[in-house]
Design a protein around this ligand. Structure first.
Ligand code: Y12
Ligand code: CO
Length: 181
């Protein structure tokens, strides 16, 4: 029988928590438990104003990520019809370079320019295990690369130049101290 369920906000793991460095394992069971987890990830991402979230950020080291970009129009609403649920992704193509000021729910309040491929293609599975493929450019390409990095235990701050990384460490330590007070 169909039982409605209230989705849950999951706590977000934040830097410098070592759990963010884990390598995520492939998903093998495309069952109801996975679907519930995906729904909770969505709830968590929307409630925290995120546009992308990897499972490792909510303490599940499995190859799952979701992306929901805002619409191109003025309102910039996040239409759930555009939600991407990407499981077991593999990069199959990349071209060019681009840079964008990135942020991450696991590194709150810090934004910095990061260099990425301009265009990519991936293969992945959806929540039912169906084989899918995606070609991405612009913001979607950046979001997919940012989230796929999480599956390898990598954060965007690790891609910064030496001086920008130093700037980050300084600002972030200050933020953590302010939070403790
Ligand atoms: C381009 C660049 C980066 C991505 C990865 C996905 N990143 C996010 O979804 C970042 C979300 C974020 C949200 C924040 O707002 C709140 O926490 C309420 C935020 O601000 C604070 O921490 C205060 C920082 C980041 C995709 C595409
Ligand atoms: Co992130």
């Amino acid at each position: 029988a169909f039982l409605p369920r209230i989705n849950m906000m999951l706590p977000i793991v934040t830097y410098p928590d070592k759990r963010l460095k884990l390598i995520s394992k492939p998903v093998t069971a495309f069952n109801e438990e996975l679907h519930t987890f995906l729904d909770d990830m969505y709830e968590t991402m929307i409630k925290t104003n995120g546009i992308g979230l990897a499972a490792i950020q909510v303490d599940r080291p499995i190859q799952v990520l979701i992306i929901n970009l805002p619409n191109d129009d003025e309102e910039g609403l996040q239409d759930k019809a555009n939600l991407l649920e990407i499981i077991n992704p593999e990069l199959t193509y990349s071209e060019g370079t681009t840079s964008y000021q990135e942020g991450c729910l696991s590194v709150p309040k810090f934004y910095e320019d990061v260099e990425r491929f301009e265009k990519i293609a991936i293969t992945y599975q959806d929540r039912h295990g169906n084989a899918c493929s995606l070609e991405a450019d612009e913001l979607l390409s950046i979001a997919v690369q940012h989230e796929m990095d999480h599956l390898q235990g990598r954060l965007f701050i690790e891609k910064l130049s030496y001086s920008r990384r130093k700037k980050f460490e300084k600002e972030y330590k200050k933020l953590l101290k302010e939070k403790k007070r």
